[in-house]
Design a protein around this ligand. Structure first.
Ligand SMILES: *Cc1c(COP(=O)(O)O)cnc(C)c1O
Length: 400
């Protein structure tokens, strides 16, 4: 019998295979900065990052300095970039722990320079240019003065120039070409003036899988490494899903016709019904919006979610499943033998995107790692200065 109320199976072999597919698309001369923000999209950033670094990934992208520090504490010595921006309060930790920061303004540039000078250290920065995403980044017409300012700052080191593409369809969307042209214009002029150092990078998963060129020095894939792309994009059939979300039946009961189930009695048994209760709820990543809406797999068969999803529990109709028992494993998404509920299907049923589904798999859901036997995790050490030496440990230990 399974020991957990709810757990996520993480298939590190599938993950490594996806990295191989990305590598095949970008060719040998382009570096991979794997995006592991939001705890590696819910997959567990420490285990995922160590596995990735053994499979050709050269740098990691995170969402916050806290995520970067978690990786540093686990022994990651590779470059780590806070992709979006930091708030002022994160700056000291980033400089102290050699975490790269995306830079978007003259004020922030000055602040980092002053702080790094006080600390007697170097702050590594990537200039982020807003070519049409409209969210973060300096507008193209302000980029060159900012590059000049970085060049003149004694405690800043330029480690990259980047932009972010907004179209979910990557190179298939004509707006991406507009963004590329704006980016290329700045990059070309900056090169002429000798202001560039480090990596030039712009491509996310959608760009990589729609054949965007040029890819410059590095790509920043996230979702594709975890096995997902919008269905219509090329390569989505080759990628393997990495996460499966599971629970088990904790209780079975037979309800009379007309019995209400769950909060607000939003579902009533239309006939005598065998109802199963699962110890997984919206706090665990089974979206509230799947109430009366989605289905799960039990013994390879689909069972409908009935009633509202609660914080800790979900109810399903298993009347049609012969032999159904307490303790039966239940798959919310992922494969169960021959059967599968794709993550994309669950996202569509919940009215959201796959990113949000895996990110919202809760903290109390155990991550169970399979495969990736050749993962080496550097042991944290006092004299920590050797990046490559490692001790084989089980991925489970690696998470400790
Ligand atoms: C999240 C993110 C990515 C990765 O995007 P995917 O669509 O998951 O491949 C790349 N770059 C930046 C700046 C991001 O924030």
């Amino acid at each position: 019998m399974d020991s957990y109320r709810a757990w996520a199976d993480i298939d590190l072999d599938a993950f490594a295979s996806n990295l191989g597919l990305i590598r095949a698309r970008i060719g040998p001369g382009v570096a991979m900065m794997l995006v592991v923000k939001a705890d590696a999209y819910g997959h567990g950033a420490v285990a995922i990052s160590h596995c990735a670094l053994r499979h050709g990934v050269g740098a990691l992208g995170v969402g916050t300095s806290g995520e970067a520090l978690e990786l540093r504490r686990s022994g990651v010595r590779a470059p780590i970039l806070v992709l979006g921006t930091i708030v002022d309060g994160e700056a000291t930790a980033c400089i102290l722990h050699d975490i790269h920061v995306a830079l978007h303004s003259a004020d922030r540039c000055q602040m980092l320079e002053d702080l790094a000078a006080r600390l007697g250290l170097i702050a590594r920065v990537h200039l982020k240019i807003d070519t049409g995403m409209g969210r973060l980044g300096v507008l193209p017409e302000r980029a060159l003065p900012l590059l000049e300012q970085i060049r003149a700052s004694r405690h800043l080191r330029l480690c990259g120039v980047m932009t972010h593409v907004s179209a979910p369809e990557g190179a298939r969307d004509p707006f991406t070409a507009v963004q590329q042209a704006r980016f290329a214009e700045v990059v070309d002029e900056a090169r002429r003036r000798g202001l560039i150092s480090g990596w030039i990078h712009l491509a996310n998963s959608a760009c990589v899988f729609t054949g965007l060129t040029p890819l410059y020095d590095a790509v920043r894939p996230g979702i594709s490494a975890y096995g997902v792309l919008p269905g219509e994009l090329p390569g989505s059939d080759e990628l393997e899903p990495v996460m499966g979300l599971r629970s088990q039946i904790v209780y079975l009961k037979d309800l009379a016709e007309g019995s209400p189930v769950g909060y607000a009695g939003s579902w009533c048994a239309p006939r005598p019904t065998r109802l199963a209760t699962l110890p997984i709820g919206y706090n665990d990543g089974l979206s509230w919006r799947l109430g009366n809406h989605g289905s799960v797999l039990v013994r390879g068969e689909r069972a409908r979610i009935v009633g509202r999803v609660s914080m800790d529990y979900t109810t399903i109709d298993v009347t049609h499943i012969p032999g159904v028992s307490v303790g039966d494993r239940v798959t919310i998404f992922g494969r169960d033998g021959e059967a599968e509920i794709p993550l994309e299907e669950v996202a569509a049923a919940a009215g959201t995107i796959p990113y949000e589904i895996t990110c919202s798999v809760g903290r109390r859901v155990e991550r169970i790692y399979r495969g990736g036997d050749d993962v080496l995790v550097p042991r944290p050490r006092a004299d920590a200065d050797s990046a490559s030496e490692g001790t084989p440990v089980s991925p489970d230990l690696a998470r400790a």
